[in-house]
Design a protein around this ligand. Structure first.
Ligand code: KG4
Ligand code: ZN
Length: 353
């Protein structure tokens, strides 16, 4: 069979590489079986959203406990759906960070125990690299180099993907992540948690030009993002309206807020691709399922002849197939973790720490 090496070379190897991916960094307990980094045999996600919704956000202690309860069943189901026995796996890949430490520890401990009991290789995966790898699943022909915008609840990164495991961070957020901003604005207007999909839906009926909100810029760092000014502007608008006793038009407010975020994300991503002479842009992370972002990024990329890619919605938000995919490229690169592996809540992209 043919497999793809991290170098991009197509190699003839003797057998398929089947990896079990495990993800527990936040509020989804997930396991997936993926063949050769791109072919998903199963992808099981047990979401805790209903429990956390009651509290208006993720409660770390509860997240850890729910991961503990769900993880064995989720893995059993992933193996069953894939028709793969534990002994047939080539490696166990697990998210080692960043994320909530107690939540991460559940997946990391499970993966270490499985790797030890089965005597299989263990591969720790950076969650952000996992989000990037989601595009390899949806777009089987995607190869570096390309520009990747990673927009999730915890991160907003603009990265140049030089090779499967080589990234250059071009821009990042100075304050809130894009998804976090969606969640905070949703809470302020009473849409509840998780905010991103709710704002997306509410904005569909609104006018994005109705209210002019700022587009945050970081002086002398044209590729960095800042969303705190936008968040304050939205909160001020709501407070002013409440003080004056005026009704707030939720569709117009959410559409105008969303347009500001989308403009900031799209303009920097497309400028980056043009400046670095890259002809492909990929977007990843929970916010990459946003309707307006997809529409605007596709429109801007088309104007400059840039290919624009998004994962299928199920691979945008947290899942274990993306972890197995990133784990595959690490495995092929010779990465092997051992029982000393820990959970790294502040793990960064690029530095490996
Ligand atoms: O990648 P993800 O599942 O988890 C993290 O790694 O953080 O991203 C979750 C984030 C949440 O902030 C959620 O509100 C946001 O992605 N999100 C969206 C949409 N769907 C999820 N934001 C905007 N529009 C959406 N359709
Ligand atoms: Zn994530």
């Amino acid at each position: 069979m043919m497999t793809e090496e991290p170098s991009g070379l197509i190699m003839m190897t003797e057998k398929d590489i089947t990896i079990l991916g495990i993800e527990s960094s936040c509020d989804e307990t997930a396991a997936a079986v993926v063949k050769n980094g791109r072919e998903v045999l199963s992808n099981i996600i047990s979401s805790q959203i209903d429990t956390h919704t009651v509290y208006g956000g993720v409660v770390p202690e509860i997240a850890s406990r729910l991961h503990c309860e769900a993880i064995n069943g989720v893995i059993r189901l992933a193996l069953k759906e894939a028709g793969t026995a534990l002994e047939e796996l080539d490696a166990i890949a697990v998210t080692k960070g960043p994320g909530l430490v107690g939540a991460l520890l559940v997946g990391v401990s499970e993966a270490k125990a499985l790797a030890y009991a089965l005597d299989k290789p263990l591969v720790g995966v950076n969650h952000i690299e996992g989000h990037i790898a989601a595009n390899y699943i949806t777009h089987r022909d995607l190869k570096p180099p390309y520009v990747c915008l990673i927009v999730s609840g915890g991160h907003t990164h603009l990265a140049l993907v030089k090779d499967y495991r080589s990234f250059e961070l071009i821009g990042r957020t100075y304050d809130d992540a894009a998804g976090e901003t969606f969640d905070k604005v949703a809470r302020a207007v009473g849409l509840g948690y998780p905010g991103g999909p709710k704002v997306d839906r509410a904005a569909a009926g609104g006018d994005p030009q109705a209210i002019v909100f700022p587009r945050g810029e970081v002086r002398e760092h044209p590729y960095d993002f800042t969303f705190s000014g936008l968040k304050s502007a939205v909160l001020n608008y709501i407070n002013m309206a409440n003080m004056k006793g005026e009704d707030i038009n939720i569709p117009d407010l959410t559409a105008s807020f969303q347009q500001s975020v989308v403009d900031s994300l799209t303009s920097r991503t497309v400028s980056c691709a043009r400046e670095y002479g890259i002809d492909t842009v990929a977007v990843a992370g929970g916010v990459s399922s946003n309707t307006a972002l997809r529409r605007e990024m596709e429109r801007c990329c088309r104007a400059y002849g840039i290919r624009c890619l998004f994962p299928e919605p199920v691979y945008c938000t947290d899942n274990a197939a993306m972890i197995a995919s990133a784990g595959y490229f690490a495995y092929m690169d010779g990465v092997r973790d051992d029982e000393a592996m820990n959970a790294y809540p502040n793990l960064k992209l690029c530095t490996g720490q």
